[in-house]
Design a protein around this ligand. Structure first.
Ligand code: ADP
Length: 827
């Protein structure tokens, strides 16, 4: 549009008056003030002008064309003036405000015409000015938009013309789609769509939607100039200005977001898979924990690991005391390795798996990493023995105390992939569950074994306690029926021997229960090893001699001092000597040798007897363990002698060990004991005092609720010349003591009602028996009992069944020393 086109000076007037003369006259007059377009045909209507003047016939003919032009082709108000006779009212009402804007009646009043024309032209000028201002404002905002568009690199912005061709292009679009503005402007929008989308008419649909609804947004794949695709989110807005001006398309590259989304979806998928696998682990843990033996734990875990991790191979190994020699191996293989199912290569601890056990850490390697690992290359021999691996994942079994128990290994994933961190987490979890189950199964095994041993022990105990009863019974019959002095004497010694055997069994039992309950105290003194050995030999000599064995004792020439409980240590060696004597054919040889090494003494007891099978060596010190459990071959033991030996030696700070080359090859027990620190008091161990056969007659009161025990002891004492009375309960005892003051009271502690301790206290306090010798009789030789009886005012403490010699010795001693200073009797 030319500038000044809407100028005030020379407005252009189109005159469409069909009457030629009128037209000429009007044009002449108008030409003095305006530019008048020459009017040849109706086509002049399409020319450029500011005002059209027409008459009724022209209007009739051109009304539609004028209306179209005014509405659609002219951006600024274009006025038309009708010149008509006053009577043509319908014509005016029909056209006014549609095709014509003003009416002037003919004959024309020139002043009126000019006034009406000027109003119309001014309206047009104002419209033009407004339009200009609007355009300027629009242009300005378009510039801003342009800047904005250029600045937004993340967005591709381009303009599309109404026919669907690119008409504008920003740098974001250039960057995103790869075309420069020159190459792409004029190209169809469909250029960026994938062939698939083009085929289904997607580009056209988008434009159509935008055109009809104002906008259209979508996410889809687009194609760059180089043919690569990206995931884009696009928004098309239609530009309407009365009519469709085109479209703006805003594009954003969502590839990253889409990738992130897909990544998240993948992760979620994996999470889900892992969660599902954990559910399987939980289910497996129930199965694993219900397995009661180590074997079945390993079977279940091996199978479950292969199933849950979906591998072709899985192997579990459990070591014994971290040793590979007796390792248990359990294998689970898929059909792929069917021909390997019977292989049974024992691991020897040289393979890469040993690294897992040594570090107690899981290991996860690809096949390449595995083969490059130095520990793998070392295990060449073993590799040939098992199916070929493809990737490797292993987790250790770890015990509660942190010690390694073995490991589980898997290889060759069914999906062909490498093992992942998630796989590792699952295997570690399974291994953890298995570790707990293995330990529980071991505990359970141990308990079952202990329970079995206890049952066997009870059978042995009954047998051993019953054994002496038959000979004792026989001996009683002999004494009762026979008048032959020699026969009666023989019967008596037999009874003594059998009784001694029973006492020893019961003493051992008491000892072992007290030791296991930690209820035994050592009375440690500085003792000489020679004294300990002599005491032990003396105890064991009858058994050794009865079997016709020879005993050789070799001690160092210098005295060896120990800080020890002489009685208990002597018990250790006599147990070892007894065993040597028991587990040897008649006429064997026993050596007891002691040697000093630095600050310890090593005492060995060796025999030429039955020997001990290798698999039993680690067990014989356990309670109730016997190599040969057949009762017929019983050697008169309960399987607790060595338990006592071990515990007592350990209480002395030493250790004991057994070796044997096997059955029939003899055994050797080695006891190591620390030497005493210089300066400890030396216990004087003299020869045992001779049993006094004759002591002056004493007034004795025997109190025991076991009437047989009371009466038999009274009888024996009477036979020894003493004056003895008996009571079976506390009150009677006190009555008797009040009636006739006894010199000696042998008092059972476990009396019903008023117990022995109470009776003793009353005798001392109420009856004033301060001088009497009070001797406690008890079935329990516990130190605790000893202490209690001493506190109650007892002078001595004897363990039932009472040894007559011990009583006689006490009586003899009580004569020599005033009451209150008597030493304790035998224990
Ligand atoms: P017991 O002798 O009462 O059976 P021990 O605890 O003293 O119980 O010994 C346990 C087992 O060890 C014995 O039953 C025996 O089988 C074996 N044993 C102990 N000492 C010897 C030995 N010197 N020679 C062969 N076997 C022995």
């Amino acid at each position: 549009m030319k500038s000044g086109g809407y100028g005030a000076t020379m407005s252009r007037i189109l005159v469409l008056i069909d009457h030629k003369e009128n037209r000429r006259l009007l044009a002449e007059w108008l030409a003095t003030r305006y530019t008048v377009l020459p009017q040849e045909t109706d086509e002049a209507l399409d020319e450029e002008y500011d005002l059209g003047i027409l008459d009724g016939t022209a209007l009739d003919r051109l009304a539609d064309r004028i209306q179209t032009r005014k509405l659609y082709q002219q951006t600024v108000f274009l006025p038309f003036l009708l010149v008509t006779a006053e009577q043509h009212v319908e014509l005016v009402t029909k056209h006014l405000w549609k095709s014509i804007d003003e009416v002037i009646h003919s004959p024309i009043d020139k002043v009126e015409l000019q006034a009406r024309m000027e109003v119309l032209l001014r309206a047009r000028r104002q419209a033009a000015a407004l339009r200009l201002a609007g355009e300027r404002a629009l242009r300005h905002s378009e510039e801003r938009l342009g800047l904005l568009i250029e600045g937004v690199q993340d967005y591709a912005l381009f303009l599309i013309d109404p026919s669907g061709h690119v008409s504008g292009w920003n740098t974001g679009a250039e960057r995103l789609l790869g075309y420069e503005a020159e190459e792409i402007i004029g190209q169809p929008l469909s250029q960026f769509f994938t062939p698939e989308d083009r085929q289904t008419g997607k580009p056209e649909r988008e434009l159509e939607t935008a055109r009809t609804t104002g906008r259209s947004s979508d996410e889809n794949w687009l194609v760059r100039k180089d043919g690569s695709r990206f995931w884009a989110s696009g928004l098309i807005t239609a530009l309407q200005d009365g009519s469709l001006q085109g479209y703006v398309k805003v594009l954003r590259d969502l590839s990253e977001r889409k990738q992130a989304k897909e990544q998240i979806a993948r992760l979620l998928g994996r999470e889900k898979q892992q969660a599902a696998r954990l559910v399987q682990v939980a289910a497996a843990s129930l199965t694993i924990h219900s397995a009661l033996s180590v074997d079945s734990v390993l079977r279940v875990i091996t199978h479950e690991a292969r199933r849950i991790l979906d591998t072709h191979q899985s192997v579990s190994t459990m070591t014994v005391n971290e040793q590979w020699a007796q390792a248990i191996n359990t294998i689970s293989l898929s059909d792929k390795y069917a021909q390997w199912r019977t292989y049974d290569a024992k691991p020897d601890g040289s393979g890469i798996y040993a690294v897992v056990c040594a570090t107690n850490k899981p290991m996860r390697l690809t096949q390449a990493e595995l083969e490059a690992h130095p520990a793998w290359r070392r295990s060449g021999k073993e590799v040939a023995n098992h199916p070929p691996l493809r990737g490797w994942l292993a987790a250790p079994f770890v015990g509660r105390d942190g010690r390694n128990l073995g490991l589980i290994q898997v290889s060759d994933k069914v999906d062909g992939g490498d093992f992942t961190a998630a796989d590792e987490a699952i295997l570690v979890q399974l291994a953890y569950i298995a570790s707990v189950a293995i330990e529980n199964a071991r505990l359970y095994d141990g308990l079952r074994e202990a329970d079995r041993r206890k049952d066997e022990f009870l059978a042995t105990l009954a047998h051993e306690l019953r054994n002496p009863l038959a000979p004792i019974n026989n001996a009683l019959q002999i004494i009762h029926l026979s008048s032959d002095r020699a026969a009666r004497e023989q019967a008596r010694t037999m009874m003594e021997r059998q009784l001694a055997q029973m006492v020893r069994l019961v003493d051992d039992l008491l000892d072992v229960s007290r030791i296991t309950r930690g209820k035994i105290e050592l009375h440690r003194e500085r003792v000489e090893l020679a004294a300990v050995v002599a005491s032990a030999a003396e105890t064991s000599r009858p058994l050794i001699e009865a079997a016709g064995h020879e005993l050789t004792i070799t001690l160092p020439p210098v005295p060896i001092h120990l800080d020890a409980d002489l009685t208990r240590l002597a018990q250790v060696f006599s147990n070892l000597l007894n065993n040597a004597a028991k587990y040897m054919e008649e006429g064997g040889h026993i050596w007891l040798t002691a040697e000093q090494f630095r600050d310890e003494v090593v005492v060995k007891v060796r025999d030429t007897g039955l020997g001990i099978p290798a698999e039993m060596l680690p067990k014989i010190f356990e309670m109730f363990t016997q190599v040969d459990r057949s009762l017929e071959r019983s050697q008169g033991g309960l399987g607790i002698g060595l338990t006592l030996v071990k515990r007592l030696v350990e209480m002395h700070g030493g250790s004991v060990q057994a070796i044997s080359e096997g059955l029939g090859r003899g055994s050797e027990f080695t006891v190591r004991l620390p030497l005493t620190q210089e300066g400890a008091p030396l216990a004087v161990v003299g020869p045992k005092p001779e049993t006094p056969h004759k002591t002056p007659p004493r007034r004795i009161l025997v109190v025991d609720d076991n009437t047989d025990a009371a009466e038999s002891l009274a009888q024996v004492l009477r036979l020894n010349g003493h004056e003895v009375r008996t009571a079976y309960d506390g009150p009677t005892a006190l009555d008797l003591a009040r009636a006739q003051v006894p010199e000696v009271v042998l008092l059972d502690l476990g009396l019903p009602g008023m117990n022995g301790v109470e009776v003793a206290q009353r005798m001392r306090q109420s009856l004033g028996l301060t001088d009497a010798l009070l001797v406690a009789l008890t079935g329990y030789g516990q130190d605790e009992d000893r202490r209690r009886s001493q506190e109650a005012g007892f002078n001595a403490h004897l363990v039932k069944p009472v040894n007559l010699d011990a009583v006689l010795m006490l009586l003899a001693r009580s004569q020599a020393a005033p009451p209150g200073q008597h030493g304790a009797g035998e224990g």
